[in-house]
Design a protein around this ligand. Structure first.
Ligand SMILES: [Zn+2]
Length: 134
């Protein structure tokens, strides 16, 4: 077998070859010092490149401040007042007691026609009733 090109040896080092090609190239490398050295150098270079850790600076981007902070505060206060008014009004309507209306009566009574002896007196309530009233 002729020597594989450098690109094929690099693909072998990166495990990019299919199974048949990998088997054939490894077989050649085990018998050929020149290709074995190229494969070893490519593998070492890949490991060296993979060992670098590049410092990454994470930049913190400040979020834009809300321009409507005051408006939002006022809206919150208004919302609390409206909510409190609605809640208070609802509670007062639910707990509303029915009022007792007292209407004064002034009955007009005719003067008694009988004598005082015809009247029944109830002293406990200070009421005088004429039982013989026609
Ligand atoms: Zn070779």
């Amino acid at each position: 077998m002729k020597h594989p090109d450098d690109d094929t040896i690099l693909k072998l080092s990166l495990d990019l070859l299919d199974d048949d090609d990998t088997k054939n190239i490894k077989s050649h490398i085990s018998r050929c010092d020149e290709c074995g050295k190229k494969h070893q150098k490519a593998t070492d270079d890949i490991e060296l490149i993979g060992s670098f850790e590049l410092p990454v600076k994470s930049k913190i981007i400040p979020l834009p401040r809300s321009r409507h902070h005051l408006l939002r505060t006022v809206l919150k206060a208004v919302a609390i007042l409206v909510f409190g008014f609605i809640t208070g009004y609802s509670v007062s309507e639910l707990t509303h007691e029915s009022y007792i209306n007292v209407v004064p009566h002034h009955p007009e009574v005719e003067a008694t026609r009988g004598s005082v002896n015809d009247l029944v007196v109830c002293e406990s309530i200070d009421l005088v009733i004429n039982l013989d009233f026609p």
